[in-house]
Ligand binder design. Structure first.
Ligand code: MTE
Ligand code: MOS
Length: 815
């Protein structure tokens, strides 16, 4: 074991358990990670929960459901007691990637005990095509099947098991057609779900021709299964007079409502959708929860009974879309410092058989192909390939990671080509700092006004002792014949707002009851990210009451209508502001009331510590509420918010699609075994910008979770479709998500201490997705280690995920 990366650290690696950071460290860590943490970057991640009079925002009360969740007392859809007579549905799946559906024999399935019905396209009273943006996806396949796992119909039975077994007994007669399974095949026959988009600035071909150096390359990154712990599920309950109630595990109850009404051929007002919480969504329940709900509702309509549809995990893998796999072709020009002087980049997205969210996902990849860097003369072409696989969909980062990894890979290649330190090349390419007038405009014509990376990156460099450790790694690598280490710092700059401007709106309701307790309801959904906790904190502080007095209730379309998806990391930005507005109206009503009693101006009234304070008197909040009620003062209100400043042209992809950017950077060290291709992530230091944190513990949790999920995407999570187009990695036995043991032994997360320059709620910044892209430092560290093993100076050719097989091939140069 003397050669093991776990016993040969050049530095003692334990990070001090300083109060400003979170460190999952254990002693004996092998990496060269730093011992101390910076004084400047700090967070209150360990701050105690707010007690008594203190405001809640900026402290870390636990997640509103944490206790219930660990006790098993927080119900998910499948835990809610079933209404009397509930039936269960199971999907009938196509075993063929592309083919004509000639016939079906369900006689055996229908003869089985407990089986009640089969539901097919003919049973759809409304539009047989789902109400998606592009309107290109049938609810049930009828004439043709378009991927292995496409849903042809449903079997409804008394029990889940009976339904599932019977569904498998349905015989389908399918005449196979040629299938398009890969990006290469789709590009060859120009098979697209949406037309290609080009974004250009300047004259890239001329700039490339004049560049001092030039590099061309091609690589690909894989997709990713969401692997939410709670699988897709919906329960559809018929109510009186053609009304329907749907319990759905969805990030977008409003969309589910709209889809169900569209399929049933009824008005939206007859359908109500409710979601208390999801056991994870990660983008996978942004549109694709709608399918379950529509199918369950159609089965409920046909049988007249409540119907639950809960997908088996393997079926969930086979039916639902994943992160889009991407392929890239690039041609980059650069100067002696590694500064980019021209770039032509083709990005090809594997979208699957229908458009779903592929348009906006591929757009966001284009918007993030610069990551944090000024690209100069550039042309980016984006192809949205149609293939006979699942319809790929939103996944944390929403195309952003697929854009960011392109430029980070290119910069890593440039650095190694020039024999320069990759961080120096990255620093040289950054957008101008705050206040700069040059190198500040993105390729889509938005000015970057809030670039903090000129401060943040050097701070992380110092925190992580990057320079010393790189030197030590070089020395170590020179002595080690078989193990090689690599280290990389990569930043992220992530645009916050839905790129579809209309979605940047939100509503909320704040109800104050006569005992002074408060209920808040908003259009966002809870998927574990802590949105409800943060919104409750905002409302508590606005009314000056303890957090325990504020309860957030289930997302429901009959409470706040027309709500956007909880996505694009903007849940708190949007719903926090809307809830704050609602609370402020109630507060204003109460302030006016006490002003009348005390004869003072409204500006003199303070709400804090559960009290309402005027220059003349201090009263308990609950007492004022009771008196206000008796005086017929309105104690509840709605609130509405729309994000200011944003606009953009959908056809040219130019304008200001984002309200602001969230920034961060990670320093990752890895070790690879050049004989087996195996590797370990040894140490990770993160410095991330969440603005002024509403709840530092929740934000750190999002950063840690996002990073590890990103590392999974780039290392162990490999989706394999076979030559017939069937997904063969469709269970945890073959599809490897990171587990607790994959958390790096040294994992230190620091929060950047500055407030958001834009007027967001509490001056916080969105946190859900941006840290995912910090895991690209794992990818770059691995490529650095591979380069150390090769020592031929050539760019490292490797596709993601960097499985041990791929690392081994990259080391041997046999790509
Ligand atoms: N965190 C948990 N625990 N579970 C999730 O499903 N989804 C991520 C992120 N963090 C997710 C999560 C995604 S894809 C998004 S867009 C945001 O949370 C959405 O929530 P927010 O807007 O409230 O941050
Ligand atoms: Mo997140 S991918 O925007 O749901």
């Amino acid at each position: 074991m003397s050669d093991s990366p776990f016993h040969s650290a050049p530095y003692a690696a334990r990070s001090a358990d300083a109060p400003v950071s979170r460190d999952a460290g254990s002693s004996g860590v092998p990496s060269s990670a730093p011992e101390d943490v910076g004084a400047r970057a700090g967070s209150a991640a360990h701050a105690v929960p707010a007690v008594g009079d203190a405001p809640s925002c900026g402290t870390s009360p636990p997640h509103e459901s944490a206790r219930a969740q660990v006790q098993g007392l927080a119900p998910y859809v499948d835990d809610v007691p079933e209404p009397r007579g509930t039936l269960h549905a199971a999907p009938i799946l196509s075993p063929v990637a592309h083919g004509r559906l000639l016939g079906m024999d369900a006689s055996d399935a229908l003869a089985r005990p407990g089986v009640r019905a089969i539901v097919l396209e003919a049973d759809i009273p409304g539009d047989p095509v789902l109400a998606t943006f592009v309107h290109d996806e049938p609810i049930f396949a009828r004439d043709v099947v378009q991927h292995v796992g496409q849903v042809v119909g449903l079997i409804v039975a008394d029990t889940v098991q009976a339904a599932r077994h019977a569904a498998r007994a349905v015989k389908l007669d399918i005449a196979p057609l040629p299938a398009v399974l890969t990006i290469e095949q789709a590009m060859a026959v120009q098979s697209f779900v949406l037309p290609p988009v080009t974004v250009a600035r300047g004259d890239a071909p001329a700039a490339l021709a004049q560049s001092a150096h030039r590099l061309q390359g091609r690589f690909a990154v894989g997709g990713q299964e969401h692997f939410y712990l709670e699988g897709q599920i919906a329960l559809a309950v018929p109510r009186e007079q053609d009304q329907w109630h749907i319990l759905s595990s969805t990030q977008h109850p409003g969309e589910v409502q709209h889809w169900v009404a569209h399929a049933l051929g009824i008005d939206n007002h007859r359908v109500s959708v409710e979601c208390r919480r999801m056991g994870g969504g990660f983008g996978g329940k942004e549109t694709q929860a709608g399918h379950m709900a529509v199918w369950a509702a159609l089965a409920a309509r046909k049988t007249g009974a409540p119907v639950k549809l809960r997908l088996d995990r393997d079926d969930d893998f086979m039916i639902t879309g994943k992160r889009h796999p991407f392929a890239y072709d690039y041609d980059v020009g650069f100067d002696d410092q590694g500064r980019i002087t021209g770039l032509a980049l083709d990005m090809m997205a594997n979208c699957g058989f229908s458009a779903d969210l592929s348009g906006p996902v591929a757009d966001r990849a284009v918007f993030h192909a610069d990551n944090a860097y000024y690209l100069g003369d550039v042309v980016i072409r984006s192809f949205r390939c149609k293939t006979n696989v699942q319809s790929h969909t939103a996944f944390r980062g929403f195309g952003g990671p697929q854009g960011v990894i392109a430029i980070e890979t290119i910069l890593g290649d440039i650095a190694r080509t020039l024999g320069k330190d990759a961080l120096d090349v990255r620093l040289a390419n950054l957008y101008g700092p705050r206040g700069a007038t040059e190198r500040c405009t993105t390729h889509y014509q938005m000015r970057v006004e809030d670039n903090i990376l000129h401060d943040l990156l050097p701070e992380l460099e110092r925190l992580a002792k990057y320079r010393q450790r790189q030197q030590a790694i070089e020395v170590w690598n020179a002595r080690q014949p078989h193990l090689k280490r690599g280290m990389a710092i990569t930043p992220v700059k992530f645009g916050i707002s839905f790129t579809a401007t209309l979605f940047n709106q939100a509503g909320a309701l704040v109800h104050v009851y006569t005992d002074g307790s408060v209920q808040v309801n908003h259009g966002g959904t809870e998927m574990g990210q802590g949105l409800h906790t943060k919104v409750a904190q905002v409302v508590a502080d606005e009314l000056g009451v303890p957090l325990a007095r504020v309860l957030v209730t289930a997302s429901a379309t009959d409470k706040v209508p027309n709500a956007s998806a909880t996505a694009a990391s903007s849940g708190t930005d949007l719903n926090g502001k809307a809830a704050q507005a609602a609370a402020r109206t109630v507060r204003d009503n109460l302030a006016a009331f006490v002003c009348g009693l005390d004869g003072c101006g409204a500006g003199a009234v303070e709400f804090r510590g559960g009290k309402i304070v005027t220059p003349k008197a201090e009263r308990a909040f609950a007492d004022v509420v009771k008196a206000a009620y008796a005086n017929r003062i309105q104690l509840w209100s709605d609130g509405f918010y729309r994000t200011p400043k944003i606009h953009y042209d959908k056809t040219t992809l130019t304008g200001r699609p984002f309200f602001y950017f969230a920034y961060g950077a990670a320093c990752t060290e890895v070790a690879i075994d050049t004989l087996t291709g195996e590797y370990r992530v040894l140490a990770v230091d993160i410095l991330h910008d969440v603005g002024r944190s509403i709840n530092p513990a929740i934000d750190v949790g999002q950063i840690e979770g996002g990073f590890v999920q990103g590392a999974g995407w780039l290392t162990t999570e490999e989706l394999v479709w076979n030559e017939q187009g069937a997904l063969t990695t469709k269970a945890p036995s073959t599809y490897k998500i990171p587990a607790a043991g994959d958390v790096p032994p040294h994992f230190a997360v620091h929060l950047w201490p500055e407030a958001n320059a834009e007027d967001t709620v509490f001056r916080s910044k969105a946190v859900g997705e941006p840290p995912f892209m910090l895991a690209i430092s794992v990818w770059e560290a691995m490529r650095q280690a591979v380069a150390a093993a090769r020592a031929d100076g050539k760019p490292v050719q490797m596709d993601a995920p960097a499985t041990p097989e791929r690392v081994l091939r990259a080391v041997s140069g046999a790509w």
